[in-house]
Design a protein around this ligand. Structure first.
Ligand SMILES: Cc1cc2nc3c(=O)[nH]c(=O)nc-3n(C[C@H](O)[C@H](O)[C@H](O)COP(=O)(O)OP(=O)(O)OC[C@H]3O[C@@H](n4cnc5c(N)ncnc54)[C@H](O)[C@@H]3O)c2cc1C
Length: 383
């Protein structure tokens, strides 16, 4: 057990932190206010290789390990959760299943440009009837006719689908009852712009306003038979392992944002004077800061441990550990963001400081890619 990060991991952290502070930070508040996607920053991330970090070089990526992947999201989350989610929806939800389950032809056609940052990807799993119980609620259908899948149905809250440059969506569709009597759900890659595939207008959200979220509808959408990703009828387990990967990134994003809340609150508490003393001198404030510091560190350890388990190929342990990391980090982040607002007093509540944005952003961490309740179900299965 070695708690030191390698030179390579430290160099990646420095690079992403510099990029996020210099390129992303200056535009975040304006984009958040205007509900605007920071397209130029995302394009620059693609040019820097940050959208293909964990894919092998032969597929246009950098071949980095999962600990590096976690560090990428920690540093992006430290500056803007919305942009971090864009990268997650692209690399993890869009790219990971094609890399892990897709045919060589799909990899060449869709993964390579995604990893090179030329297109974005996304995943359409959640439907209007509910996102937690995807087994029962995947009512979108795909029927094979003349060597094409004909898709009908709708999806809710899909990140990136309406972003400029989004190339495709990995859609979950019911493809018939399997031999074992279970509902067969398949993963089908649908290019954006396919006739009958409508991306509804960008949703107006409480937080994560720098990311683009859209509902989708499919009206007799036809794609080639070979656009199925992985095994017909076994797509749900593929979506679940993709979500394990996504939980690593959400946990890392929560760690990054909580770290920022701690840094800002610590600095502010040493400057702000009340009753003749910096507020840091009061134990009531110190306790809050100490709780923040301890919880951020615990969340970071759980997150890094799950990344290392994945790098070691211990996937069963990874599923439980990363659910723990995501659950703990997301819930912790909501508390830390609220405490950071409290420590900043009135300044925490106005848009001159980023704290009110963090406070609005934090709740989604406990909803997306498996709610905190669902995380506890996953953990309980393996206790
Ligand atoms: C900004 C944003 C971006 C998103 N991006 C994507 C995306 O890119 N792709 C995608 O497919 N989806 C995406 N989602 C959807 C997201 O994954 C779902 O919102 C989430 O999975 C929860 O589903 P739901 O909203 O339908 O809530 P429901 O599943 O209806 O759950 C409602 C409540 O009931 C609780 N609950 C459900 N079952 C149980 C149980 N057994 N025990 C206890 N409590 C339970 C839940 O925890 C939750 O609190 C996004 C959502 C948002 C808001």
């Amino acid at each position: 057990m070695d708690f030191e990060l390698s030179e390579q991991h430290l160099a990646l952290r420095t690079m992403v932190r510099d990029f996020a502070e210099k390129e992303l930070e200056p535009v975040v508040a304006e984009c958040d206010e205007a509900n605007k996607f920071p397209a130029e920053v995302v394009q620059k991330m693609g040019e820097l290789g940050l959208l293909g970090l964990s894919f092998p070089e032969k597929y246009g990526g950098s071949g980095a390990d999962h600990l590096s992947y976690a560090i990428l999201f920690e540093e992006l989350g430290r500056v803007d959760l919305g942009t971090a989610l864009t990268v997650d929806a692209d690399s993890t939800l869009g790219g990971f299943p094609i890399y892990t389950f897709g045919s060589e032809e799909l990899k060449q056609k869709w993964l390579v440009p995604l990893a090179q940052g030329k297109i974005l990807g996304c995943q359409g799993l959640t439907e209007p009837g509910g996102g937690s119980d995807t087994y029962s609620n995947t009512l979108t259908t795909a029927v094979l006719k003349d060597d094409e899948w004909v898709i009908n149905g709708s999806k809710s809250f899909i990140t990136n689908a309406g972003a400029p440059n989004c190339g495709f969506c990995n859609v979950a569709a019911f493809t018939g009852i399997r031999a074992d009597g279970k509902r067969g759900i398949s993963q089908i890659l649908v290019p954006i712009g396919t006739p009958g595939f409508t991306v509804e207008p960008h949703l107006n959200k409480l937080g994560f306003r720098t990311s683009v979220t859209n509902d989708l509808s499919f009206d007799n959408v036809r794609v080639p038979k070979d656009n199925v990703v992985g095994v017909v009828g076994k797509g749900l387990s593929q979506f679940m392992s993709t979500l394990d990967e996504g939980r690593l990134t959400i946990a890392a994003m929560a760690v990054g944002m909580s770290q920022r809340c701690l840094e800002l609150s610590l600095a502010y508490s040493k400057e702000r004077v009340a009753f003749g003393q910096p507020i840091f001198s009061y134990q009531g404030i110190q306790y809050k800061l100490v709780d923040m510091a301890v919880n951020v560190e615990m969340a970071r350890l759980l997150t890094y441990k799950s990344a290392v388990l994945e790098d070691q190929g211990k996937l069963k342990e990874f599923t439980k550990e990363v659910a723990m990391a995501k659950y703990f980090a997301a819930e912790m982040c909501k508390t830390v963001a609220a405490d950071a607002v409290q420590i900043h007093g009135g300044y925490g509540y106005v848009k001159d400081y980023p704290l009110e944005r963090y406070y609005r952003d934090a709740p989604l961490l406990a909803i997306g890619e498996g709610t905190s309740e669902v995380m506890r179900i996953v953990i309980a299965r393996d206790l």
